[in-house]
Each structure stands twice: as structure tokens, then as C-alpha cells.
Design a binder for this molecule. Structure first.
Ligand code: SF4
Length: 489
């Protein structure tokens, strides 16, 4: 059973491994004996093949994993990630952009060799192998501290046990890896048709346009200036790096090795080069071994795109939704919830290898209402298992983090979540219970106001009121239960 629940477990694992699921005949215990024998033979063969390279599986595990198992992350050993401007990240949760000679590495300007074995990534690998917790990974560590399964844990579950040899190889070669990446995360520019409250100009061209329009106003507010200046500056430098030859050379080099490609945005369905990459992977047959993970706002439907992606080995499609109805539309303007609902229903009718999971960005604005979203997903799907809701915890900007709610609102959320969990336990996925527990634990540990919290709440207030004015929206009428957030002096 994996964290998503009972119905994805065996089928999904088999699909990923390319294994055909065969059943023994009923009332035929002799066949079970054959199966047991098959496993014994298989395990012996595996041990032997590793022995022939000089080490047993146990030795490998003892020498390279156990001393570090608490802190290791497989990401720098298997994964490449891009920011919207092409700068190379460790991963989407990390705060680090990888540099060479104090210049950010870019998928649009540097070769695969320069990126994959640059001096910083090699240093990161070696630090992790020494068991260090890197400061640039603090989002993962903070989530784990409050009982959430971090990206580190999820990626380790997917990749670590099949890639011990990469740890050994990096350790023996000063961080250098000759094996190619297995996983690619693409954020190809910031083209987007939405300007979500929790987003920024680096991830949305519509946000960028809005900030350009009101440039004088937000630059005269120290709060808004510090929140958006860097992202606005970087967004102005975004080029078509994802259409360059050097980027496509990298795709060509790694495509046959890839196991996972994660495409996020901007809005991936609006970006031409995303379709070009998908076409290339289909043309070269690489798609047969690849799990395609996509985040989309799904505010529009593109039949050709969906037909194409359905061919991949497995598709994990994450529609982004932050609440139900008008609350979602306020958080993610100018989306229309009723249209999104129809598109999700269509998504559910696509091929059986397309798994749909809701990605919800959890912030101070919506933390009280996520239970409504979970209940909505339970009513949505008929004749198929309900869609799980994933809690994507917002860390930046800090003034939208849910821990800056007032004490009385925190108590309200804690009570509401506790009752919801007790009453609806039977219908909740493990990942949802984990998300709920994470929110409860975080709120309990930050119940009392501190100077930092009141300052952040002041920033949230200014941000909310300013955007309401620009967008002719009204927070208080959409979120009447949260009005006290705006009472901060
Ligand atoms: S520990 Fe977390 S933030 Fe750091 S590389 Fe791994 S997944 Fe990314």
C-alpha cells in the first residue's frame, strides 16, 4: 500500500516495473509453492550478480546507506530541475540555484556535463554523503519535524533502493557521477493565464503584467517591495531558453534514461516547448518507460495534448485547486471553478494510466477550508475511487504561511481539523491525514503571537488589501470567517 491509498498500490507498482500481474488458480496450493521457489531463486541470483562485482547487497547497504540513512536525499544523485528562467535548481523544494564561478547554471546556456557534474552539485553530493543536513533543504527538514512526508522522503522511496551504486560512485569519485539523470523537473518559463494570490511574477506572466502596471505603487511600499522585487526583476530576464538547441541536446542525451519527468509552470499546457519535448519523447519511444507528472490549472481543455500524454507509461496529473467555488476563484483569478470542475470530470475519463490527484497550496487564506475541498472530491467521482488531495505547504512568501493566523483562528482550525479527522477517518487517504496532522502540529507549536507573527500578519493585511483594490475583489465577503486577519494594527 502506498500513501495514496488502497487502489493505486499493486497495480501502479506493477505498471511502473513493467510487470504483468498473473494470478494462481484457486484451490491449487502447489502453484503457491512454485511462486515461493521462484522468489528464492530470484533473490539468490540477485545476490550473486552483486557478489560478482565484489560486494554483497548487505555490504553495499552497510557501507553507503546506513551511516547516512537519516539525512541522505537521493535528489542530487538522480535529478535535474529548472527554475522558470532556466536556472538550475537542486529541486523545487530547495532554496539553492546551482552556480559555476558565481554564475547560475542554466539549462538554456550550459551543457549537460557542465550541469550534472558542476562543482556545486558535486559538493552537495559529498556533503549529503557525510550525513549533513544542508541549509538549502530546510523546507524538507521543517516539514519532517512536524510529521509531514517531505519531498526528500518521497523521492528516496521512489529512487534510493535502486540507486545505491550512485552513492558509492559519487563517494569514490569526489562527487562525480557518470550515470545520467533519471528524473527531470521542467519549469519552462512563466507563461500563465492566472495570477494566483500565492504565486509571483517568476511563475506567472499575468502576475508580472499586473506588477508592471502598478510598479510605482508597490515599489513605494516596503512590504510589497521586499515581497516582489527580486521575482519581478528575474521575471523580466526570462528568455525562451527552453527553445534553445542546447536545452534540446540535454533532452536528447537523457531521454532514454529518464524514469520521471515533472512538468510544472507557468501553465504547461500553454507552453510550446512542453509539447515539443513530449513529441520528442513519443517519437523516440522513450515515453514507454517514463512517468509523466504534470501540474496544471486546467482552466481550459486541449484534446490533442491529453491524447498525447495518455500514451506515457503512467501519467500523474495534478490539477491545482486551492478551495471550492468562489474561494478558489478569488485565490486563483481569473479562473472559474465551474469550468475546472467540468475539465476534471473529463480528465477522469481519459485512459486508465492517467491518475488524477488534486494539488492544494496550503496558505493562511485557505487552511480553514481544505476540508471542504476534500469533501468536494469525494462527491465528484462516480464509479471510481475519489481523488486524493495533496497538501502543498506554502513556505514563501512567509507572510502567507498559515502559522500567522490569529490565536483564535488557529484554535478554530485545530478544532475543526480534529473533529473532521475523527468523523471522516474512513474516507480519508493517508496523505490527507498526514497533511491534517501536519497543520494541527504546526499550529499547536505556534499558538501564541510573537513579534515576528504580528509583523507578518501586518504584511498579509497590506498585501490582501492592495490586491483587492487592484483586482476589484473583496476578501471579507469571500472569507467572512477570516476577517480578523485584517484587524492587525
Ligand atoms: S532534501 Fe528536500 S530540498 Fe533538499 S534536495 Fe532533497 S528534496 Fe530537495
Amino acid at each position: 500500500m502506498d500513501e495514496v491509498g488502497f487502489y493505486f498500490s499493486i497495480e501502479r507498482m506493477l505498471l511502473e516495473l513493467g510487470v504483468k500481474h498473473r494470478y494462481t488458480r484457486p484451490y491449487r496450493p502447489q502453484t503457491n509453492g512454485k511462486v515461493e521457489r521462484f522468489w528464492r531463486t530470484g533473490m539468490k541470483a540477485t545476490e550473486k550478480s552483486i557478489d560478482s562485482q565484489g560486494q554483497t547487497m548487505n555490504t553495499l547497504s552497510n557501507s553507503y546507506i546506513e551511516p547516512y540513512h537519516k539525512n541522505i536525499c537521493i535528489i542530487p544523485f538522480v535529478h535535474i530541475a529548472s527554475r522558470a528562467d532556466g536556472a538550475v535548481h537542486l529541486c523545487c523544494r530547495s532554496l539553492k540555484v546551482l552556480e559555476e564561478s558565481s554564475k547560475p547554471l542554466s539549462l538554456g546556456a550550459n551543457s549537460l556535463d557542465e550541469i550534472w557534474n558542476g562543482s556545486e552539485i558535486k559538493a552537495v553530493r559529498l556533503s549529503m554523503l557525510k550525513g549533513r543536513k544542508l541549509p538549502e533543504c530546510r523546507n524538507c527538514w521543517n516539514e519532517e519535524k512536524n510529521g509531514k512526508k517531505s519531498k526528500r522522503i518521497k523521492e528516496n522511496n521512489s529512487f534510493l533502493k535502486f540507486n545505491y551504486h550512485r552513492l558509492k560512485s559519487a563517494k569514490d569519485n569526489k562527487g562525480f557521477l557518470s550515470s545520467l539523470p533519471l528524473s527531470l523537473e521542467l519549469k519552462s518559463g512563466n507563461s500563465c493565464n492566472l495570477k494566483c494570490r500565492t504565486c509571483n511574477p517568476l511563475s506567472s506572466s499575468l502576475w508580472q503584467k499586473e506588477l508592471k502596471h502598478h510598479e510605482k505603487q508597490w515599489k513605494s511600499s516596503s512590504i510589497l517591495k521586499s515581497a516582489y522585487e527580486d521575482a519581478f526583476h528575474l521575471s523580466k530576464q526570462i528568455t525562451k531558453w527552453h527553445e534553445t538547441d542546447i536545452f534540446f541536446q540535454t533532452i536528447k542525451k537523457i531521454s532514454q534514461n529518464l524514469k520521471l519527468i515533472y512538468i510544472t509552470g507557468g501553465e504547461p499546457l500553454l507552453i510550446k516547448s512542453v509539447s515539443q519535448v513530449i513529441d520528442y519523447l513519443i517519437k523516440t519511444d522513450a515515453y514507454k518507460n517514463i512517468t509523466l507528472r504534470i501540474n496544471s490549472n486546467i482552466t481550459f481543455w486541449k484534446s490533442a495534448f491529453f491524447n498525447k500524454i495518455s500514451q506515457f507509461k503512467l501519467v500523474e496529473f495534478y490539477p491545482s485547486l486551492d478551495a471550492v467555488g468562489e474561494k478558489n476563484d478569488w485565490l486563483r483569478p481569473p479562473s472559474q471553478f465551474s469550468k475546472i470542475e467540468k475539465h476534471i470530470e473529463k480528465l477522469l475519463l481519459l485512459s486508465s494510466n492517467v491518475e488524477v490527484k488534486i494539488e492544494c497550496t496550503v496558505s493562511a487564506y485557505n487552511v480553514l477550508y481544505i476540508t471542504e475541498l476534500i469533501e468536494w472530491t469525494r462527491k465528484l467521482a462516480k464509479n471510481i475511487p475519489p481523488l486524493p488531495v495533496y497538501f502543498n505547504i506554502l513556505h514563501q512568501p512567509e507572510f502567507q504561511h498559515f502559522s500567522l493566523l490569529t490565536k483564535s483562528l488557529k484554535q478554530k482550525v485545530i478544532k475543526h481539523y480534529t473533529i473532521f479527522k475523527q468523523e471522516k477517518k474512513e474516507m480519508l487517504y493517508k496523505s490527507e491525514i498526514e497533511g491534517i496532522n501536519y497543520v494541527i502540529n504546526t499550529l499547536k507549536s505556534s499558538l501564541e503571537d510573537t513579534e515576528k507573527i504580528t509583523n507578518l500578519r501586518r504584511s498579509l493585511k497590506e498585501h490582501t488589501i492592495t490586491l483587492d483594490r487592484w483586482r476589484k475583489e473583496n476578501f471579507s465577503s469571500v472569507f467572512p470567517e477570516l476577517v480578523e486577519l485584517l484587524n492587525q494594527e
